[in-house]
Structure formats: structure tokens, C-alpha cells
Design a binder for this molecule. Structure first.
Ligand SMILES: Cc1ncc(COP(=O)(O)O)c(C=O)c1O
Length: 468
């Protein structure tokens, strides 16, 4: 790739962010450090427009969109039918809390919940708020004090969201003292299994820890309100849990009278080729959390659904910020669900997921690829961690190098703070576009694998978003 990347207009915009956004003061130092260690400069874009399966940068370069607004555009970018109903709702209602669309949407959601067992809804704006609402509901319903979450989970970026999440490292530094009510249990990744355990032994260990170790060493099982589980550890790297683990968690919850909260903000609404990822395990949660896909990528909306006896009569539960369940958000969600039904979107996602599986089947043969995993269109490819030239313990540079190569070749994917590239194609992506994007990704893997570009990107231009 000889052309300078990114193009001049994109570069100018990225540089414009340096004095404006968070961590701008750190940028020059980070770049110097990266340069001295042989890293390439950052490969990053700024979107000038988006349509369907594609985005364009400020220099009018087109990219296949596997980033998908962090998995928020189930029907591709700027879906015209959703844009239209959002405009109509805004013109008609502006913003008011009570409007008929929230009733209509709540009825639709009740119908698509696992086993139709979660008929009651509480709307929120972001996934973070919805996850917090689920926790508050569990604590107030059970009148207990603790919630168990898992290592490498992500439940949001508010203070409670950070503390509920298990991203580790510095992700909740200086907040540690606030985390009194959260207990974290290990999650059985398919890769990175400790102490030469088999996958089954690792799952058994994690279940034992959840049911016994916490009680024996930390918190009485009678004071645990519930377990919050991602049935596909999304932001943590798109890890796919085994049947034994998810069913085991449900059984433990049942035995101990704990509520099971399924956080499906990212895995939900078709991403895994079923409406809810937890349905792959024949498990019904007690509370389900959703957001992202729900409103078709146009107007924010999230929420929780719960059993009648949990959300039907709980005078201490109180949640929902000003814009929760806005007319525009509800209109977008209703239209999204109508299109899901009309166009068989969940089945399309399952079919595309099978195509991805077929195309990526042999990728683990590349020396830099550690694991390819997926459930439908929740796809993660993790890369070699050990550096070829000792990069002071940073383990994500190979993944970053591949992601940078992909970007230069016209495919946009996510690799933020992990050794993994995450792909979130739209659930209705054109099949040829999906194939083309994966073909380009394989070329990028080959290029990095053969040493053509062994230097990963470091540091990111400050843009005000987390990661890039
Ligand atoms: C599982 C999960 N829960 C909660 C959140 C937070 O959602 P939001 O960023 O909309 O606040 C996310 C975001 O990625 C998520 O993946």
C-alpha cells in the first residue's frame, strides 16, 4: 500500500481533535514512544457518510463496514424506512414521555422474549443504564446486596457500569472502593485456558467458583441477588460460552434462588442468528437487557424485560432517565422489529454466520492467528500475543497491524484494547460484500503473517470515543 493513509482531509480532522478531546495532551508523547519502538502511525478514519453496508471517510474512500457503529446498525447504515418513521415521530410528538408508541413497542417486545416469559418492560436510553436498571431491579426484588458478574465482561461506562464490568487492568482504577456490591467470577474463555486444563475442566472450575468458592471465601450465597451474564462476551473479545457453562449458570441460579440477568445489549436482537443469544442454550433468564440493535442504529433506545412477579410490583425499583423510551426511539424500534419479521432478518444473520464460518475455517493455520470463533455474526479473531521484538508486554499489536492493513485495503473492523479483531457485519449484509470483506481480511492476515507489515499501530488520535 503506497498511498499515504489516511488521506489529507481525514488526517486534518484527526489532528484537529488533538487539542479538543480527552487524552489529546498525551498524544505526542504516545506517538513518539510508539515511533521509537517501531510502530507505524495510527490508521484511523473519520466517517463522512454512511449507507447500507458501507462508510466513506473524509477523503471519499469507501470501506466495507464490519464495525457497524459498535454493533448498532442491524439493517446497515441509515436504513431509509427507519429514518422516515423517526422523522415522522419527531414531527408529531417532539419529546414527551407518554405516547402510544411505547405501549405498542412494549407489546412487541413481550412477544419476542425467550419463551414469552418476560412480559414487562422498562425503557432506558443506553445499554449502560439498562444494565444498571437490571441490577437495581434484582437487588430490590430479592432484597439482597450482591451481584455476580464475570471477568472480561462489559456492562457499560458509567461508574456502576465500570464496576460491574470485569475488564480488569486500569479500567476501574480509583473506583475500586466503590465496588462493594459486585463479586466477579471467572469466565471460561475458549482460548487462554490456565494451568493446562481442558475446556471441560475449565468450565467445571468456573461453575465451582460461582457456586461454592464465592460463598466459602467472600459473600454468603443467601446475600447474592443474581448473576449478570453475557451469553457471548462481546466487548471482552466476542468469546462464545459453552452449553455446559450457560446451562450450569442457570442451574446454579435455580438452586440458590439467584436471578439470572442476561445482558444482551450487544448479542441481542439477531446478532447471533437467534433473536437472543441465550436461546442457543435453551435457557430463559429472569431479566433480559437490550439496547444497540433495538432502534436500528438511528435513535437511541434500550431497556430491560423481566418476569411479571419481578417487575410487576416492586415499589423500590426506580429507573429510567428523561429521554428513556423517546417517541423517536420507540418508532425506530417498532420499524426495526417489523423489518426483522418481514424480511426474516434473524434467519439471514444465521445464514451469513454460516458463510463466515465456512470462509474463516482454515484461518487458524496462519501462524499469527490463535483462534477464530463466532456465533452467527458475533465474530472474533484473536491473534498472536507474544511479540516478535518484545514490545514491553503489549499484546495487541499484531491484531492492530492486521486491522490497519484491512483499513488500508477498504474494510473497517474493531480492535480496541485486546489482541482480537471483532467483526459485526449488518445482519442483512449483502452476501458478496461479506465475502469480499472477509477476503480482504485474509489478505491482511497474509500480509502481516509474511512480515510485510509487522508493525502494529499504537496510540490513537483523540476523537472523544473509547478505543477505535
Ligand atoms: C453487553 C453490554 N452491556 C452494556 C453495554 C453498554 O451499552 P451502551 O454503550 O449503549 O451504554 C454494552 C456496550 O457495548 C455491552 O456490550
Amino acid at each position: 500500500m503506497n498511498k499515504p493513509f489516511p488521506g489529507p482531509k481525514t488526517l486534518r480532522a484527526l489532528e484537529r481533535g488533538i487539542p479538543l478531546f480527552k487524552n489529546g495532551l498525551r498524544f505526542n508523547e504516545a506517538m513518539q514512544k510508539a515511533g521509537s519502538r517501531g510502530f507505524r502511525s495510527v490508521r484511523q478514519i473519520v466517517v463522512s457518510r454512511a449507507e447500507g453496508d458501507f462508510v466513506w471517510d473524509l477523503d471519499d474512500q469507501r470501506y466495507i463496514d464490519f464495525q457497524n457503529g459498535w454493533a448498532t446498525n442491524p439493517l446497515g447504515n441509515c436504513h431509509p424506512e427507519i429514518l422516515k418513521v423517526v422523522e415522522t415521530a419527531n414531527r408529531r410528538y417532539g419529546f414527551h414521555f407518554d405516547h402510544p408508541l411505547r405501549y405498542e413497542l412494549a407489546e412487541m417486545l413481550a412477544e419476542i422474549m425467550p419463551g414469552c416469559a418476560l412480559p414487562r418492560t422498562n425503557f432506558e436510553v443506553s445499554g449502560t443504564e439498562a444494565a444498571e436498571a437490571a441490577v437495581h431491579l434484582a437487588l430490590t426484588h430479592t432484597q439482597r446486596q450482591y451481584i455476580v458478574t464475570f471477568g472480561a465482561s462489559y456492562h457499560g461506562n458509567s461508574i456502576a457500569g465500570k464496576l460491574l464490568s470485569g475488564l480488569g487492568g486500569d479500567s476501574a482504577i480509583h473506583l475500586e472502593a466503590w465496588s462493594g456490591g459486585v463479586v466477579r467470577a471467572p469466565y471460561p474463555f475458549s482460548d487462554n485456558i490456565p494451568a493446562n486444563l481442558s475446556q471441560d475442566q475449565y468450565v467445571d472450575f468456573c461453575l465451582w467458583y460461582l457456586e461454592h468458592h464465592i460463598h466459602e471465601t467472600m459473600v454468603s450465597r443467601d446475600n447474592i441477588a443474581g448473576v449478570m451474564l453475557e451469553p457471548g462476551l462481546a466487548e471482552g473479545g466476542n468469546w462464545i460460552p459453552t452449553q455446559a457453562f450457560v446451562r450450569g449458570v442457570r442451574d446454579i441460579c435455580d438452586r440458590n434462588d439467584w436471578l439470572l440477568i442476561s445482558d444482551e445489549v450487544l448479542t441481542g436482537l439477531g446478532r447471533t442468528g437467534k433473536m437472543w443469544a441465550i436461546e442457543h442454550y435453551d435457557v430463559t433468564p429472569d431479566i433480559l437487557v437490550y439496547g444497540k440493535n433495538l432502534s436500528g442504529g438511528i435513535a437511541p433506545l434500550s431497556g430491560i424485560s423481566a418476569r411479571d412477579d419481578i417487575l410487576g410490583d416492586n415499589r423500590h425499583f426506580n429507573s429510567g432517565s428523561t429521554f428513556a423510551g423517546s417517541p423517536a426511539g420507540c418508532a425506530a424500534a417498532i420499524k426495526t422489529l417489523e423489518i426483522f419479521e418481514r424480511d426474516g432478518i434473524v434467519a439471514q444473520a444465521a445464514k451469513l454466520g454460516r458463510i463466515v464460518e465456512e470462509i474463516t475455517r482454515d484461518w487458524e493455520n496462519y501462524d499469527i492467528v490463535r483462534q477464530v470463533r463466532g456465533n452467527g455474526l458475533l465474530i472474533g479473531v484473536s491473534f498472536e500475543r507474544a511479540s516478535r521484538t518484545d514490545r514491553e508486554g503489549e499484546n495487541w499489536w499484531v491484531a492492530r497491524a492486521v486491522r490497519g492493513e484491512m483499513l488500508e485495503r477498504g474494510v473497517w473492523a474493531i480492535s480496541d484494547h485486546e489482541d482480537t479483531i471483532r467483526l459485526y457485519p449488518a445482519l442483512n449484509m449483502n452476501e458478496d460484500t461479506l465475502r469480499a470483506g472477509l477476503h480482504i481480511m485474509e489478505e491482511a492476515i497474509q500480509a502481516v503473517s509474511s512480515g510485510a507489515d509487522i508493525e502494529g499501530d499504537s496510540a490513537a488520535y483523540p476523537t472523544g470515543v473509547a478505543g477505535f
